[in-house]
Design a protein around this ligand. Structure first.
Ligand SMILES: [Fe+2]
Length: 383
């Protein structure tokens, strides 16, 4: 038995989806608070369409363009205060995970003005209300535009993601033409993020046939189209396939959660916020694949079939790891903890963070029991 509950947002998906911005803005009542990271919201062309729609409907709005990559508690609290001061009724996030996650957090905190981001993410409280919200997605990685998760961090301490129904956007625009200005590095890193979402969702202790179905298709689409997209970044059809992969991987892990790779990535990018999420995941993915493989060889061999040919036998764990490693290297991604300046002295700190109370529930999603020895081994192999 499982609950066939998929994500909530009404997503306008596909080439030209930004043309539906008017259908979304017509829902807005009262003041709108727009949150973005600056740069990409204009460069992508999204802002031209949104601004016209807002002006035509005479919607009063305030623009906050200081959401940071790997957004901090301070960022979210600062944006919340502005939202409260202007009396925001609706919130719109334009960007990738950072802008949209900030918008999600702010949408809840505006309605709970005595609380801070730290209270929400670290301790939790009863969330009674949230501003309605819109996600205009500009990347093909996070899946945040269709899921209930938001991530923020206190630098040098913790990077924490939680899932709340109140975080779901009400409306989403997923237009592949808005992702064409992603750099080659962003194209690769965001697709690796989506691939990890799919892998961790399908291998999760909470998996069900629906999450597996979505994950398999997402990995296949990424494996089939990432190389071609790098070679032809302006190709809308290719971008659309990567965007679809990212959205269905997002729905897949919306159902199940993620596990070891995401926990470890959050541990290292809390210490070094300059680490791009996707490449941080790539550090651990080969070792995690090797760890998980013997537990569910048939499923993992099917999932990874577009990346590496495996028979589905238990003794292929190192072949699976090598296949994934080679696949990442084929995109120039060959990153280890040492490349980010970590040394043997940092191992314990990474371990402690990964095993902190904030990740207990997420690690329960691992298909193999997680203890200190297992985390230690993955960290060791990722140097
Ligand atoms: Fe992710």
């Amino acid at each position: 038995m499982f609950e066939l509950l998929h994500s909530k947002p009404l997503a306008y998906f596909g080439r030209g989806a930004i043309g539906n911005v008017d259908k979304v803005t017509e829902k807005i009542e009262g003041k709108l608070f727009v949150i973005t990271t600056g740069g990409a919201y204009k460069r992508s062309g999204a802002w031209d369409a949104v601004k016209i729609a807002l002006e035509e409907r005479k919607i009063e709005y305030e623009l906050y363009d200081k959401a940071r990559a790997n957004p901090t508690y301070e960022n979210c609290d600062e944006a919340t205060q502005i939202g409260i001061d202007i009396g925001a009724d609706w919130v719109m996030g334009i960007g990738g995970g950072s802008a949209i996650d900030t918008a999600k957090i702010v949408s809840v905190l505006i309605k709970h003005p005595d609380k801070k981001t730290k209270d929400l993410l670290e301790d939790g409280f009863e969330v009674n209300d949230a501003c309605q919200k819109i996600a205009i997605n500009l990347t093909h990685g996070t899946g945040t535009e269709v899921d209930k998760f938001a991530v923020s961090q206190s630098d040098k301490e913790y990077k924490i993601g939680i899932g709340l129904r109140a975080f779901y956007p009400d409306y989403t625009i997923d237009d592949p033409d808005l992702t064409k200005t992603l750099s080659k590095e962003q194209t690769i890193a965001t697709s690796i993020d989506a691939m990890n979402h799919a892998f961790e969702a399908a291998t999760n202790a909470n998996q069900n046939p629906y999450s597996i179905l979505l994950a398999k298709e997402a990995i296949a689409l990424i494996a089939e189209n990432l190389r071609a997209t790098i070679d032809d970044p302006q190709n809308s059809e290719l971008r659309e396939k990567l965007l679809f992969a990212s959205a269905i991987a997002g729905i897949s892990f919306d159902i199940t959660g993620t596990h070891i790779t995401h926990v470890l990535e959050h541990a290292i990018s809390a210490i070094k916020p300059e680490i791009a999420h996707g490449t941080g995941l790539a550090v651990f993915l080969p070792a995690v694949v090797e760890t998980v493989y013997p537990v569910m060889p048939e499923l993992v061999s099917e999932l990874l079939a577009p990346v590496v040919k495996l028979q589905g036998k238990e003794d292929e764990a190192s072949k699976a790891r090598e296949g994934v490693k080679e696949w990442l290297e084929s995109f120039g991604i060959n990153v280890h903890l040492g490349d980010y300046g970590f040394s043997g002295e940092d191992k314990k700190e990474i371990e402690d963070r990964a095993l902190s109370r904030f990740f207990e529930r997420q690690l329960e999603g691992s298909p193999i029991k997680v203890d200190r020895a297992l985390i230690e081994r993955i960290i060791e192999e990722s140097f």
